[in-house]
Ligand binder design. Structure first.
Ligand code: EPZ
Length: 419
């Protein structure tokens, strides 16, 4: 198993490019199942989760071709297998996103139930309830969600909880349903808008993506398209915090500052000087130690849960006391237990981590438990004195493209130990 070895304590400085968003590319790849025509997808990050999705699509019969720029053409003319097997779903929960497209276009889908994961229970009951509301027969058999429908019907669906992939799955299914579907209490994340943009360019009739009420008027078929995936706001935020906690200054190009408002507000509160352009962000600490901040995760446009571990890392070395309250996932503080092993002063009160910043952390061997926890551990390692060895970094490779290359470009001392 690969590990990353970091020798910390150096301020990061320099410029890097941000990659396409993993969480936008995944649903867009799934949406290629909705059409028999070719879909060209640009700005797809090279990540393990993308490779898993491609394997899944190929196992169903979708033809995938990469061009020299690594853009992906997906051709789902022949789809002979309408099943997402346990072996793939267990490594990537987002595989559930093929359910909506398969059911809508072919009337059948068998997708393994994802089960729990390191950050919480993560049920898919709201996806299932939505498909049932659209007239599908859905049962759970041998660990699989078995969904059947001769023709999905438009429905009025109110989500109990804001769910990102739930909104995306039902929005995709509704594009080919008979009649109009209204999704209320929908997720407003930029990745939902990016998927809607792709679907609209395929001929779907969608209004209101980016608001909490989405209207989808079903059409009889969708066409191919050419779609460019939006920049990754979580990757952007991760490098911004890396600059803040190492007291550095960094410029990030090819990003979308408008998607990071909640994060930028908190970085400014932490004492960062942040400048924004059309597609770039610059952050500078002018050598200052960050000030601890209070954050509470909520659905977009609130503070993202996917940035919580990174801010928690910043608070460990910041001036003062900061609280991090997690409201989306019930078990998302594994990273904080590892920060404690590096000398962080953190105590827990229910779903809040209260952190009193220390002058510096000390390097230690630590274990990544999920994708964003591993990002947090890398940041803690960059800020710490001495060496930090981060184990199980396959989690990092699921969601950060060429991470050690990018950190090295910013002056970090980081190397991969292949094991
Ligand atoms: C998406 O996961 C992201 N994944 C996650 O990114 C992200 O953390 C999460 O949204 C929240 O922003 C992708 O987009 C592929 P949810 P998703 O459904 O859609 C509850 C990363 O590190 N819920 O919005 O699976 C659920 O338990 C990750 O890149 C139900 O109760 O999350 C949670 O408490 C990890 N029933 C809340 O809703 C359901 O049927 C929000 O989850 C569905 C969800």
């Amino acid at each position: 198993m690969d590990k990353l070895l970091i020798s910390g304590g150096k301020p990061l400085s320099g410029t890097i490019d941000i990659s396409g968003a993993k969480n936008a590319a995944l649903p867009v790849l799934a949406s290629t199942l909705l059409t028999s025509e070719t879909v060209l997808i640009r700005n797809v990050p090279q990540l393990n989760d993308i490779a898993t999705t491609i394997t899944l699509l190929q196992s169903m019969g979708v033809e995938i071709v990469f061009d020299e720029q690594l853009n992906i053409s997906a051709d789902a003319k022949e789809v002979n297998e309408r099943r997402a097997p346990y072996d793939l779903v267990k490594t990537m929960r987002a595989s559930i996103l093929v359910l909506g497209p398969l059911l809508a276009r072919f009337g059948e889908a068998d997708v393994s139930l994802p089960g729990g994961c390191a950050i919480g229970a993560r049920p898919v009951n709201l996806h299932v309830r939505g498909f049932r509301a659209m007239g599908a027969e859905v049962s759970i058999e041998n660990g699989y969600i078995r969904a059947r429908s001769s023709k999905l019907k438009g429905a009025h669906i109110v989500f109990d909880t804001v769910t990102v992939t739930g909104t995306e799955n039902l929005m995709m299914a509704a594009t080919l349903a008979e009649g109009t579907t209204v999704l209320e209490n929908s997720a407003r994340e930029p990745e939902v808008c990016d998927l809607a943009k792709c679907l609209v360019s395929m001929g779907a009739k969608i209004k209101g993506a980016g608001t909490s009420t989405i209207h989808i008027e079903g059409v009889s078929s969708l066409s191919g398209t050419d779609h460019t995936v939006l920049p990754d706001r979580i990757e952007t935020g991760t490098y911004l915090v890396a600059a803040a906690l190492t007291r550095g200054n960094v410029r990030l190009n090819h990003t979308e500052p408008g998607h990071l408002e909640a994060v930028i507000v908190k970085l400014k509160e932490a004492g960062a000087d942040v400048s924004l352009g059309d597609n770039w962000i610059e952050i500078s600490m002018h050598g200052r130690r960050p000030i601890a901040v209070d954050i509470k995760t909520t659905p977009y446009p609130g503070f993202p849960t996917d940035m919580q571990a990174q801010f928690c890392a910043m608070n460990t070395v910041a001036k003062g006391v900061g609280t991090v309250t997690e409201t989306i996932f019930e078990n998302r503080f594994q990273h904080a237990l590892e920060y404690q092993r590096m000398g962080a002063d953190i105590r827990f009160e229910g779903n809040t981590a209260v952190c009193r910043g220390v002058e510096s952390l000390h390097g230690a061997p630590v274990m990544a438990t999920d994708l964003r926890a591993s990002a947090g551990l890398l940041l803690a390692g960059l800020a710490a004195e001495g060496e930090t060895l981060v184990d199980r970094i396959y989690h990092v490779d699921r969601g950060y493209e060429r991470i050690e290359e990018k950190f090295r470009k910013l002056g970090a001392d980081i190397q991969r130990i292949v094991g």
